[in-house]
Write a protein that binds this ligand. Structure first.
Ligand SMILES: C[S@@+](CC[C@H](N)C(=O)[O-])C[C@H]1O[C@@H](n2cnc3c(N)ncnc32)[C@H](O)[C@@H]1O
Length: 272
């Protein structure tokens, strides 16, 4: 077991903050040590001092791996169910009434894909009688490993246990033989979701159009207030005037920005 010294921790935490906005307090030192140890093993490097030198000399190649090690990717299908209820009970009826067929949703900080696929399933199930051919869900994350996992759309039985049984049967293929115990999301759902790498800290986002709904849940808790405000100001530009923003249940925009009005806990609408 290698020990992460204070100087090296300081070095890594400055890089992580600068590159991703993720704030690593002193309390996260043991976590950083554990996560980076995996990378040291892969590289067959014998100390954190040596890894610091490695990062300095291979910065642009290594930064992606370093960030991938540090991010916390916890997620679940249909996590924080109230958001999906809100889509079902309020947004879909509103979109149907307006005869809206073109729906754009952004899952920002999508991790391994459970969130965007849950959104796609809800729309498939309830966006009736309108077809979903012009419903698109953009799923982005800074972590390239989770993006690849999301694109594959293959999950363990444990992960799929959060999906109501009738929806799991309808929207997942059960693996057989060597794939026993695995579940693959069906193409009718997969084809609604587009995975891309995107760092929320980037000065400009590459998307051209606006979104009817942005999910940014359990992402900003890792940012300081200044970074949170900067991200929400950007989201404002990317949301339709009648659009909504969902944050995690323990997150709030109170005192940060007046560009969004609280509808109900963790659900905001754009102020125009
Ligand atoms: C805890 S997961 C949340 C996943 C999902 N939104 C949910 O609530 O279940 C947080 C995700 O935010 C991503 N993330 C952290 N900093 C980011 C940044 N600067 N830009 C984009 N994604 C970021 C992480 O890689 C991670 O996958």
């Amino acid at each position: 077991m290698w020990t992460l010294g204070d100087t090296e921790f300081e070095y890594f935490r400055n890089i992580v903050y600068r590159e991703s906005g993720i704030r690593l307090t002193e309390l996260k030192k043991a976590l950083v040590q554990a996560r980076l140890t995996k990378r040291l093993r892969q590289l067959k490097i014998n100390s954190f001092t040596e890894y610091c030198d490695y990062v300095k000399h291979n910065y642009y190649n290594e930064i992606e791996n370093l960030i991938n090690c540090i991010t916390t990717n916890k997620t679940d299908f249909f996590r924080e169910a109230r958001h999906f209820e809100f889509i079902k009970q309020y947004l879909i009826p509103q979109w149907c009434e307006k005869k809206k067929r073109r729906i754009r949703i952004w899952s920002a900080g999508c991790s391994t894909g459970e969130e965007p696929y849950s959104i796609a399933i809800i729309l498939r199930e309830h966006f009736q009688p309108i077809d979903v051919s012009d419903v698109k869900i953009l799923a982005t994350d800074i972590d390239t490993e989770v993006i690849e996992k999301g694109k594959r759309g293959i999950y363990s039985a444990d992960a799929v246990a959060d999906v109501p049984r009738e929806l799991a049967t309808k929207y997942f293929l059960k693996g057989k033989g060597t794939n026993e115990g695995l579940f693959k999301i069906k193409d009718i759902v997969k084809n609604m979701v587009y995975f891309r790498k995107l760092n929320l800290l980037d000065e400009k986002y590459p998307m051209k159009g606006k979104f009817d709904l942005i999910f940014c849940r359990n992402v900003i808790i890792y940012f300081d207030r200044e970074t949170q405000r900067m991200v929400f100001d950007k989201f404002y530009e990317y949301i339709e005037n009648d659009g909504f923003l969902f944050v995690g249940h323990s997150e709030t925009l109170t005192g940060l920005t007046s560009k969004f009005a609280l509808v109900t806990n963790s659900i905001y609408r754009k102020v125009v």
